[in-house]
Design a protein around this ligand. Structure first.
Ligand SMILES: Cc1cc2nc3c(=O)[nH]c(=O)nc-3n(C[C@H](O)[C@H](O)[C@H](O)COP(=O)(O)OP(=O)(O)OC[C@H]3O[C@@H](n4cnc5c(N)ncnc54)[C@H](O)[C@@H]3O)c2cc1C
Ligand SMILES: *[C@@H]1O[C@H](CO)[C@@H](O)[C@H](O)[C@H]1NC(C)=O
Ligand SMILES: *[C@@H]1O[C@H](CO)[C@@H](O)[C@H](O)[C@H]1NC(C)=O
Ligand SMILES: *[C@@H]1O[C@H](CO)[C@@H](O)[C@H](O)[C@H]1NC(C)=O
Ligand SMILES: *[C@@H]1O[C@H](CO)[C@@H](O)[C@H](O)[C@H]1NC(C)=O
Ligand SMILES: *[C@@H]1O[C@H](CO)[C@@H](O)[C@H](O)[C@H]1NC(C)=O
Ligand SMILES: *[C@@H]1O[C@H](CO)[C@@H](O)[C@H](O)[C@H]1NC(C)=O
Length: 555
């Protein structure tokens, strides 16, 4: 009974929605008028012309490409911005918001450019880029164990600047040092200290943002709703984040790492099965990431085999790590010689695969070690995959090479934080987050389609083993396969399709905050938080949480 009422209401949603979705494209942007508007809002002491790049500027392409981190969106067919604004001053950002609103031009905010779908520099409607890389100061107080970090800083700079001042402090954030603070913290941010300290957003204590009216706000003046929203719900639906204030965490002066690999012939099924029994239950100082891939078997040419690589960080010494792993995870066959002691900052280099002895100031480089075309997807694992299931996955992975599958274990601190504490909802009850990763070198849409297909096929194979209703996903692993709001339109239902996978029950609170603070939906993109823009009856229905209850409930 309940579901038939639900479907009837769903259908009525679709009918009324299609009548009201064309408004967003009604404003035809005028390039020239937009430029004039920016000039007229420019302060004489901080001229905006110095930071404006149109396709006519000789350095336009270089500026655009300098923060493209997925070569899939570095093609001639990739839609290009009408203008790039490399803001140097707050008035440039305020001007961009004011003129973007007047001219109905979509604004894409880019900090580090690592978005997996290019959401910060690609659009299917006319747009411009507000590039934040000049806003990258880092101000650390070891005395107070805090730091103000601007959005355009990269994680490597944050880690380096902390380590410069203290060898017993660190920050829990991503593994790749060139990822930008703006997108990473806004969307949650996790790394190899997640089991001990939670996500980046669990350690953010203040923020600065420019809102849709050009006001510069901090936590006290923005209020707890907006602060909550931009610590996990993605900054780009709510404003331009200028900076976050973080709480530093303690790390031991000596940490231990290891990386060991096992192939199918080395008892892989049993090892991977055991891994799933222990990885989320180990002491929270241990983080063991497992990546499954396919390699040459080394027996006959062309013959392939499965491999798992275990990357580990332990906040402690090698003696303790070795005895812990031998006791709890004997199948791995860890040896003393696998374990390497180092400082926390050296472990950052180890984890991003720099060779031993690389100087730590390589973390200040804003250019990634490698750039490829890529696709990523995510899943949440709630129960161990049975051995038979593993055998099936291994077989499929050989057929679907080069798709890789990485397990990031949960438990520890992650299981203690309430799902409503931050927009990121995936807490207790998860064994691991999975990432599907496919990299390729060939240019062109044809090649991209082939590798996208392979990635989607492995994702389809995993359906029986992962979370359902909803099939959960990690917002920082942006995946447009989960649904998008086309042409910058604002459909609540389209938004709910991806929004509930990313945010579960928290989606509704994000929608309410969005509707209140940005009622004209200026801050929008393909997967932004939609407005409640339905007819009054439906609004009441949605606000009453019924839709969410139905989506989780009696299906
Ligand atoms: C090589 C690589 C490794 C990664 N490793 C990890 C990892 O270990 N852990 C993890 O959690 N994630 C990881 N990610 C994902 C990463 O966290 C997200 O892609 C993140 O959004 C990137 O932030 P960015 O500033 O570099 O990206 P951008 O592409 O600049 O931005 C991403 C999104 O945030 C918005 N945004 C950016 N800056 C602002 C701002 N100042 N105000 C408002 N909105 C803004 C953009 O508009 C866009 O929607 C990785 C990604 C890559 C490519
Ligand atoms: C780009 O070209 C425009 C128009 O010619 C000019 O006003 C602007 O200063 C140029 N930008 C830069 C950064 O040189
Ligand atoms: C991006 O594309 C441009 C234009 O084709 C090319 O010159 C550049 O080398 C590409 N960038 C990378 C990192 O391959
Ligand atoms: C530490 O915090 C105190 C109290 O808030 C403040 O007065 C002081 O300036 C801070 N120290 C630094 C180095 O920021
Ligand atoms: C393989 O793993 C099983 C179960 O974990 C174990 O009993 C067995 O001894 C292992 N075999 C080898 C050759 O290591
Ligand atoms: C790490 O670097 C080595 C070479 O130094 C390379 O063979 C390997 O593929 C790299 N691994 C990853 C995961 O990037
Ligand atoms: C990708 O998959 C689609 C849908 O299954 C199919 O039509 C298409 O031919 C595939 N493309 C490639 C390049 O494999």
């Amino acid at each position: 009974m309940k579901s038939s009422r639900f479907f009837a209401i769903l259908i009525s949603f679709f009918l009324t929605l299609h009548l009201s979705v064309t408004w967003a494209t009604a404003n035809n942007p005028s390039h020239k008028g937009f430029l004039e508007c920016l000039e007229s809002h420019s302060e004489p002491s901080n001229p905006i012309s110095a930071v404006l790049y149109t396709p006519a500027n000789s350095s336009y392409s270089a500026v655009l490409q300098s923060y493209i981190r997925n070569l899939r969106f570095n093609e001639s067919v990739t839609p290009k911005p009408q203008l790039i604004l490399t803001a140097l001053h707050l008035s440039h950002i305020q001007g961009a918001i004011t003129c973007g609103k007047i001219h109905g031009l979509q604004m894409k905010i880019r900090s580090g450019g690592h978005d997996y779908e290019g959401a910060s520099y690609v659009s299917d409607v006319p747009f411009f880029i507000l590039d934040m890389f000049n806003f990258r100061s880092i101000d650390i107080s070891i005395e107070n164990e805090t730091a103000w970090v601007q959005a355009g800083a990269i994680l490597g700079e944050v880690y380096y600047r902390i380590a410069e001042k203290s060898n017993v402090h660190g920050f829990p954030a991503g593994v790749c040092p060139t990822v930008g603070v703006g997108g990473h913290f806004g969307g949650g941010g996790y790394g190899n200290m997640m089991r001990k300290y939670g996500l980046s957003v669990d350690n953010i204590i203040d923020a600065q943002i420019i809102d849709v009216n050009g006001r510069i706000l901090d936590r006290a003046s923005m209020g707890e709703d907006l602060f909550w929203a931009i610590t996990g719900g993605g900054g780009s639906s709510f404003g331009v984040v200028l900076a976050y204030k973080i709480k530093l965490v303690r790390v031991s002066s000596t940490v231990t790492v290891f990386r060991v690999a096992r192939t199918y012939e080395e008892n892989l099924t049993n090892i991977v099965y055991s891994y799933q029994q222990v990885a989320d239950k180990l002491p929270e100082e241990i983080f063991i990431r497992m990546t499954l891939d396919v390699v040459d078997s080394g027996v006959r040419t062309g013959e392939k085999t499965n491999r798992a690589t275990f990357w580990t960080l332990f906040l402690g010494d090698s003696e303790k790590l070795l005895s812990l792993v031998i006791e709890t995870f004997p199948d791995l066959g860890l040896r003393r010689s696998d374990c390497i002691e180092m400082s926390w900052i050296e472990s950052v280099l180890f984890w991003t695969n720099y060779t031993a002895g690389t100087p730590v100031n390589v973390l200040l480089s804003r250019v990634p070690q490698v750039l490829t075309h890529l696709k990523r997807k995510s899943d949440y694992l709630k129960t161990p995959i049975p051995k038979q299931g593993l055998e099936f996955i291994f077989k499929r992975m050989i057929e679907l090479e080069p798709v890789m599958l990485t397990f990031n274990p949960y438990g520890g601190r992650m299981a203690e934080i309430q799902p409503s504490e931050k927009p990121f909802p995936h807490r207790a009850g998860n064994l691991a987050k999975l990432q599907y990763a496919t990299n390729w070198d060939e240019d062109g849409v044809q090649a991209a389609e082939k590798y996208l297909n392979l990635t989607r096929e492995l994702y389809a194979c995993m359906t029986p083993f992962v979370s359902k209703l909803p099939r959960e996903a990690f917002f920082n692993y942006r995946d447009h396969d989960l649904g998008i709001n086309y042409n910058g339109r604002n459909s609540y239902l389209d938004g709910a399709v991806y929004g509930i996978k990313y945010f579960k029950e928290n989606f509704n609170r994000l929608v309410k905050i969005k509707t209140k603070l940005d009622p004209d939906n200026f801050f929008r993109n393909e997967q932004s938080i939609p407005l409640l823009n339905l007819c009054p009856l439906e609004n009441e229905f949605v606000i009453g949480n019924d839709l969410i209850n139905h989506m989780f409930g009696d299906v």
